[in-house]
Design a protein around this ligand. Structure first.
Ligand code: NDP
Ligand code: MG
Length: 393
């Protein structure tokens, strides 16, 4: 990396101890951001180190015991510690008015990210969104809130960061299709027989991205791509049936837009989430040398293939949940979170994940008629209970 530009943007990073959070702190350090506030669930040790390194004034742990531990670890510092889920929301509110308006980077994993996204927008902060679950659960509500507050939702997910850039090549009415690329994960090319006995440790060996456990398993099942279809619908206002998926093993082309004249615009870079993080936070500016230069000659060739929706049923299941509408995507996500946890612990198999998700969706049919935030959160809880009950048998 050569010349690097400095910025003085204040940022609040939620999920700072995770894969995206750590990379965001790396971007913040390289480019001189003010890291105003940090939050995580229970990793008090890592969070305390971050508070020290970045002289952070506000921090939250949603696990109350971990919050107490954190208080002890940083008692010599001038930092305000918040505890619990409500505490994290209070922290966003307080930190957002303590100086120039910060960008909130939401890199919490799972449905737990929804309320912080809404709280960030309510507090008047631009939202850099890694937590795709916010849009899977309540895309309509989150985007309406952003519109009401006249604030941007800035995509951090690499595919959506790519689409956002590609879409600038034409008018929205001229878009024929969005083409989401998928690495295919560690199990690309395997059939049902080979997949059925694959354990979580095999799935955790992702070929191109190093991510948290949940999203890594979701990449192996292709559920992640299903979530990303919904994410794209809400971010860009393109109907679900115009969003295609293409497997691209090298993760160099991050996504594409096909326009009505059949011209296809692609965005490429080395696979490095720090680009997407910086692009979202700095929008509409581009920083110098955020990541390594792409050397296409050494990449050699780029391959593309259709996804195998028979061996990987999660993609179809996610489209089905979206078409059902209402709180059904929240049911899909919650059941998937429970099933993925079970898969990680060896309590269910590869196809156990989609089996539990389908059974939960079937049991909670009425979710499709529920559109309110409270209703969505209600079905999130119900789906967790239902999914857990299938694991007991
Ligand atoms: P990780 O599992 O690595 O990190 C999750 C982070 O969220 C941790 O800081 C964790 O804290 C925190 N967290 C978890 N639950 C809660 C909660 N209830 N309240 C507060 N904080 C919580 O995940 P990733 O960084 O991989 O992913 C984060 C999000 O970004 C996900 O939505 C994912 O889909 C999305 N994303 C990730 C990409 C990647 O490359 N990793 C790419 C694109 C999107 P603690 O450590 O204390 O448990
Ligand atoms: Mg992605």
């Amino acid at each position: 990396m050569n010349k690097q530009s400095k910025s003085t943007r204040p940022v609040i990073i939620l999920g700072s101890t995770g894969s995206i959070g750590l990379q965001a702190l790396d971007v913040a350090e390289r480019h001189g951001y003010e890291v105003r506030a940090l939050a995580a669930r229970s990793n008090a040790n890592v969070l305390s180190g971050q508070i020290r390194s970045y002289r952070v004034r506000f921090a939250a742990m949603t696990d109350p015991e971990a919050a107490n531990e954190l208080r002890t670890l940083v008692r010599d510092l001038d930092v305000r510690i918040y505890s619990g889920t409500e505490g994290m929301l209070d922290m966003i509110r307080d930190a957002s008015v303590s100086g120039p308006v910060p960008t909130v980077l939401n890199a919490v994993s799972g449905a737990a990210g929804l309320r912080p996204s809404l709280c960030a927008l309510d507090s008047g902060c631009p939202l850099a969104l890694a937590n795709k679950e916010s849009l899977v659960l309540a895309g309509e509500i989150v985007m309406a809130k952003a519109k009401e507050k006249n604030l941007p939702v800035l995509p951090v997910d690499s595919e959506h960061c790519a689409l956002w850039q590609c879409l600038k090549a034409g008018r929205r009415s001229e878009v024929d299709a969005l083409i989401l690329t998928a690495s295919g994960g560690p199990f690309f090319g395997l059939d049902r027989d080979e997949l059925k006995n694959k354990a979580a440790r095999d799935a955790l060996a992702h070929p191109t991205w190093h991510m948290g456990a949940q999203i890594t398993i979701d990449s192996a099942t292709l559920m992640n791509k299903g979530f990303e279809i919904m994410e794209a619908v809400w971010l860009f206002g393109i109907p679900e049936d115009r969003i295609e998926v293409l497997v691209h093993r090298q993760s160099i082309v991050h996504s594409m837009v096909r326009f009505c004249d059949r011209s296809v615009i692609a965005q490429m870079s080395v696979p490095d989430m720090r680009f997407c993080i910086a692009h979202a936070i700095e929008y509409p500016k581009r920083l110098d040398a955020v990541i390594d230069e792409l050397d296409l000659a050494s990449v050699g060739s780029l391959d593309f293939a259709k996804p195998d929706t028979d061996s990987f049923p999660a993609l179809g299941l996610a489209r089905f949940a979206y078409r059902q509408g209402g709180a059904m995507p929240a049911v899909l996500n919650a059941a998937n979170e429970i099933a993925v946890d079970a898969y990680l612990e060896g309590r269910t198999g590869f196809y156990g994940i989609t089996d539990i998700v389908l059974r939960t969706m079937t049991r909670l049919q009425k979710a499709k008629d529920e559109h309110s935030l409270d209703g969505i959160l209600y079905y999130d809880t119900e789906a967790r209970k239902a999914a857990a009950s299938y694991l007991l048998r």
